[in-house]
Design a protein around this ligand. Structure first.
Ligand SMILES: C[S@@+](CC[C@H](N)C(=O)[O-])C[C@H]1O[C@@H](n2cnc3c(N)ncnc32)[C@H](O)[C@@H]1O
Length: 211
């Protein structure tokens, strides 16, 4: 049931939305790709995939949904800083918590883009998860996931270019521009150049001719 649910959301909402903002040139990482359900809707040629579950990667390769891939934990990626032009990460960050977001930020190139869909922390999200568990739509472990709020990400050099929430009930989903209640939120983040920090030098330390 859980897999059917996220496949419906991928097909109806995330794939069309991601396609509308994806720059297909450049190197793209699908972080937490699973067996490649979302990737299979996107038809990207320069896609690299990671997932912590080896059997998911094997399945994805067998189905032809993913190509180059490596088994890895999203919170400890085996890539150099600033490797990818675009990151796609759907339905994963609520498992890793904030450390996953920090790691994705690290491997994104300056001026690169992160397309993220995750359950964002709020009272509404918690109540929705509890309801989904009681209806048998979510497995019970979802009650324990380490939710965070994008505003926890106080970082110089990040711009939120767009955000929407996924609304609806199985089997029908769409997006809303009202992000106030949160739930499953989709963000388009741009890693903008960091401004150098200028620390004023005490005047007594400056050479006399400068003063
Ligand atoms: C709901 S599936 C989403 C798959 C894919 N992103 C999609 O939307 O089609 C969640 C995936 O996240 C992976 N995952 C969970 N925790 C992870 C972690 N710490 N590092 C990497 N992948 C993780 C799981 O193995 C699973 O394949």
């Amino acid at each position: 049931m859980f897999e059917t649910l996220y496949r419906q959301v991928n097909k109806q909402v995330l794939a069309p939305y991601f396609k509308s903002c994806l720059d297909v040139d450049g190197v793209i990482l699908d972080a937490g790709c699973g067996w490649g359900d979302l990737a299979s809707h996107l038809n990207l040629s320069h896609l690299f995939c990671i997932d912590v579950a080896f059997e998911q990667l094997v399945k994805g390769r067998r189905l032809g949904a993913i190509g180059s891939c490596v088994q890895s934990d999203l919170s400890h990626l085996p890539f150099e800083t600033e490797t990818f032009d675009t990151i796609i990460c759907a339905n994963v960050l609520h498992y890793t918590g904030f450390s996953g977001l920090q790691e994705l930020y690290r491997v994104t190139k300056t001026n690169g883009c992160m397309l993220l869909a995750f359950l964002e922390r709020s009272e509404y999200t918690r109540r929705s998860i509890d309801l989904a568990i009681s209806l048998g739509l979510f497995p019970p472990f979802m009650r324990e996931v380490p939710l965070f709020d994008i505003s926890d990400f106080h970082r110089v050099g990040i711009t939120i270019e767009d955000s929407v929430t996924v609304i609806g009930f199985p089997p029908w989903f769409t997006v809303s521009r009202d992000v106030s209640r949160r739930g499953l939120v989709v963000y388009v983040l741009r890693k903008t150049p960091q401004k150098p920090r200028i620390t004023p030098c005490p005047t007594e330390l400056l050479p006399a001719e400068v003063i």
